[in-house]
Design a protein around this ligand. Structure first.
Ligand code: SAM
Length: 471
């Protein structure tokens, strides 16, 4: 029944296979010889199967767990260097016809204010985001064919890309909207989106159906097969994720990796990113009602095991997590974080963070300047780079460059140049000072002398007002 190449949800996320893998992991979690063999395999940086990775996640031996963490850190350094890509979510509309029991936008929530941004309001939000320094957005919307049809999403993307305020520009729009048709995915591709992101929420079919009792999202197969339709529609960068807290974390972990294996087996390219959200308090939502919540330590272990299991897949963490947790998991493999997020519809235009239309409480409330400053002080390079997809480096092209390590020749200089833009246009004096010192130091880590010279030239040009250089 289990078939990673099948296009049927229940065959590529086969419940029995998940249970078998968890049983195997339980039986072998303290088999240190096997754990060692799996760690050795992970060191080859070619990934692990969902079953192997499940053994590592179940392992209780402290020494081995520390080895897994050290390897995750090393793999992170090898593939992503010390760069952290920055983005922000933009909530377009919280109208929704679904009944997701963990989400405040569910249809039966009558006391949340409903709001949908007009194109004019989107412009204002985008200007506010550009004025912070953001270049990459993830647009978010509830599912509502009347209020948020695909035409509205497409028009909004066009509006977002069209706004050039001062030196600002949104250069990559990722999209997190409900599962849709191949035709609509094709339209999104034509609109120039970056990654199509869709969280599975839970891979456990029975729980999924209970957690999504009403609305189109109730259909487990339609939701789970969405990435195949997206790829059929020409989108080759897709972002997976589960909402941790809904189901047993080990079930989700194994199934998430099975999904990645499925995409690789069918389309020849795995997920571009994996997100690891945890349920948060929100209007009408009490996270304590969900009894599968995970501790910060388990959360870190999940991040480390994802990092060693799928080394080429970016890992995203949002402001759902506190600064403290973010610091811990960035080290273990996270490559992209949001900063200064507002999870309300129209929230960026407000002076104070509004709560009336919020999707969840934000734990990291710092400004983008504070986040950038913090990252640099911890030795990371905040990157506002959006070059890959604009240079056609998507899907299998991106993956093969990534696998051969060549992507480093672009990412590192691009990170430095986009950070320089940020420092010139948006940073506080202190952040600018730290940033310029960091750039000076990091230029030496560019491998090729010729590239080094070009970067130096371009940094001067950026100082003089030119923008948008990339490799
Ligand atoms: N409506 C789309 C969908 O169904 O996929 C768009 C995504 S929704 C705006 C973004 C994500 O937020 C959801 O996929 C869900 O995982 C997450 N989310 C919903 N309620 C949440 C909560 N209370 N705490 C944390 N994350 C939540």
């Amino acid at each position: 029944m289990y078939d990673p190449k099948s296009l049927k949800a229940e065959e590529f996320i086969c419940h029995e296979e998940v249970l078998e893998s968890l049983k195997y992991a339980d039986e072998h979690k303290n088999d240190l010889e096997l754990v060692d063999r799996i760690i050795e395999k992970a060191k080859l940086r070619k990934g692990l199967s969902h079953r192997e990775a499940s053994v590592l996640l179940a392992c209780e031996n402290e020494e081995k767990i520390n080895e897994i963490y050290a390897l995750a850190e090393q793999i992170k350094k090898d593939f992503y260097g010390n760069r952290i890509v920055m983005f922000a979510p933009l909530y377009l509309s919280n109208y929704c016809v679904n009944g997701c029991v963990y989400c405040p936008y569910h249809l039966k929530n009558k006391h949340i204010a409903r709001k949908k941004l007009t194109q004019d309001e989107i412009k204002k939000e985008v200007i506010a985001l550009q004025d912070m320094g953001h270049k990459r957005l993830a647009i978010e919307a509830g599912e509502d064919p009347v209020n948020n049809p695909i035409e509205y999403i497409l028009e909004s993307i066009k509006t977002i890309y069209s706004i050039k305020h001062k030196n600002g520009a949104i250069r990559r729009v990722n999209v997190n909207i409900a599962a849709t048709t191949v035709e609509n995915y094709r339209k999104l591709k034509e609109a120039g989106i970056g990654t199509y992101i869709l969280f599975q929420e839970t891979y456990h079919k029975q729980s999924y159906e209970q957690l999504h009792p009403t609305g189109p999202k109730h259909d487990y197969a339609y939701h789970t097969e969405a990435m195949d339709r997206a790829m059929q529609g020409g989108i080759d960068d897709v972002g997976l994720g589960v909402l941790f807290g809904l189901e047993l974390y080990r079930y989700e972990f194994a199934a998430l990796l099975m999904h990645a294996e499925h995409l690789e087996a069918v389309h020849g390219v795995g997920p571009h990113t994996i997100s690891v959200p945890r349920i948060k308090h929100a209007d009408d939502i009490d996270p304590n009602c969900f009894d599968n919540s995970i501790s910060d330590d388990i959360f870190a272990k999940i991040c480390a095991c994802i990092r060693v299991a799928v080394p080429y897949t970016g890992m995203i963490i949002s402001t759902r997590e506190s600064a403290e947790v973010r610091e811990k998991v960035i080290k273990l493999g996270v490559s992209q974080i949001s900063g200064a997020s507002r999870t309300s519809v129209g929230g960026y235009c407000e002076e104070e963070r509004p709560h009336d239309t919020e999707q969840f409480d934000v734990s990291d409330n710092r400004t983008l300047d504070e986040v950038v400053n913090w990252l640099m002080s911890a030795g990371y390079i905040p990157s506002f780079c959006t070059a890959c997809y604009r240079e056609g480096r998507t899907g299998d092209r991106f993956m093969s460059l990534c696998k051969s390590g060549q992507i480093q020749n672009c990412c590192h200089p691009n990170a430095l140049m986009t950070l320089k833009e940020y420092l010139c246009d948006y940073a506080s004096d202190d952040t600018r000072k730290i940033g310029n010192e960091l750039i000076e130091k990091e230029i030496d880590n560019i491998g090729k002398d010729k590239v080094k010279d070009i970067v130096r030239e371009r940094l001067v040009k950026i100082e003089n007002g030119e923008r948008d250089f990339r490799f």
